[in-house]
Design a protein around this ligand. Structure first.
Ligand code: SF4
Length: 344
């Protein structure tokens, strides 16, 4: 069992729910844009948000941003220990640092003193691309190097009597990421922030993240997740939640099923399924929705779902709770299905 760390009103580790994180892409000093992006992330289901802190103006912005958001905020800091201290004093609920690039132990000690005072946890974020020289000389850029670097960094904090630590070990290589977290999980009880870094654009990044994060979660490893995509951060949250839903870790929200279509399908199911899925993103209900192409598997899936359609000849049968409700002509499928779902 992992140790439990408190982040604002949430907990990471122990038997707490696996949380979904994202990071804003706005300039943190632009309070209005940052708050508006965080609000969109909240609506998409984001549990924890991280912002980049590049200077003291960004620290002051945290104070203002916090007033207008409802989820815990993490300040992401590199190099300058004063920004970490200033972020905590301005209300950050957690900070992410890489102790290796903060400098002397004295500086880390100063951060730890304030983090203790404000009861703010620290994520030690190790990235395979920025491992310290002495570790690379000993282990190369390997899984062992990532794990030992994290343990070494965490030990700096532990030696200062600070234990509210979350660890991440990110590599853009999926296999290396899985191996590193698996080894870390065996060696320590730190809650793990899991993700594949620099995963790529929406398409490739979703695949890499789903394999990396999904494989680890399936083994019971991972306390909080972040999908990294070169895309709107809302896509990161949606992907993270789908990963959790696919594994049955998060049971709330709509579960969407659609068939791949084949020669039996007589409606434009690809377009219909795409439109339905798009519209479902704004609906918050705990139901299964099935969009099926024909009467072979269609009625079965549509019946087992809470609501669904099974395509016919330029039309579809609408099912609700196992019963046929009516026929819908092809052009009205999306509209009428969504209307029925909204009534549920
Ligand atoms: Fe083909 Fe029908 Fe199965 Fe869809 S439900 S893949 S259209 S057989």
């Amino acid at each position: 069992m992992k140790r439990v760390v408190k982040v604002g009103d949430l907990q990471i580790g122990g038997d707490s729910k696996v949380t979904v994180q994202s990071m804003t892409t706005t300039d943190t000093r632009d309070v209005k844009s940052t708050v508006s992006q965080i609000r969109r992330l909240e609506e998409a289901g984001c549990d924890i948000v991280r912002v980049a802190v590049l200077d003291h103006d960004a620290c002051s912005a945290i104070f203002k941003i916090k007033k207008d958001i409802n989820i815990p905020l993490v300040a992401d800091i590199h190099f300058d220990y004063r920004l970490a201290i200033d972020s905590i004093k301005n209300g950050a609920d957690k900070i992410r640092i890489n102790p290796g690039n903060i400098g002397s132990v004295d500086r880390i000690k100063k951060i730890v003193e304030v983090a203790k005072q404000y009861k703010v946890p620290i994520r030690v974020g190790v990235n395979s691309g920025s491992l310290p020289k002495h570790i690379v000389e000993k282990y190369g850029v390997t899984t062992d190097a990532m794990v030992y670097s994290a343990i070494e960094n965490a030990k700096i904090l532990e030696d200062l009597d600070f234990g509210d630590i979350v660890v991440s070990l990110k590599a853009s290589d999926v296999k290396k990421t899985i191996d590193a977290y698996t080894l870390m999980n065996e060696k320590t009880d730190y809650p793990l922030h899991v993700g594949v870094t620099e995963a790529g654009t929406k398409w490739i990044g979703t695949i890499k993240s789903s394999i990396g994060i999904g494989s680890l979660l399936a083994k019971g490893i991972g306390d909080t997740i972040r999908v990294s995509l070169t895309s709107d951060p809302v896509d990161e949250v949606r992907t993270g939640i789908e990963i959790l839903k696919s594994l049955g870790i998060r049971k709330t929200g709509i579960k969407f099923i659609s068939c791949p279509t084949c020669g039996r399908c007589k409606i434009n199911l690809i377009e219909i399924a795409g439109k339905v899925q798009e519209k479902l993103q704004d609906i918050n209900k705990d139901i299964v929705v099935a969009v099926m192409g024909c009467a072979v598997n269609g009625p079965g899936e549509a019946r087992e779902a809470d609501i669904g359609i099974a395509g016919g000849d330029n039309e579809a049968l609408l099912f609700k709770k196992g019963n046929i409700i009516r026929k819908i002509s092809e052009g009205n499928i999306v509209k009428e299905l969504i209307e029925e779902i909204e009534k549920m």
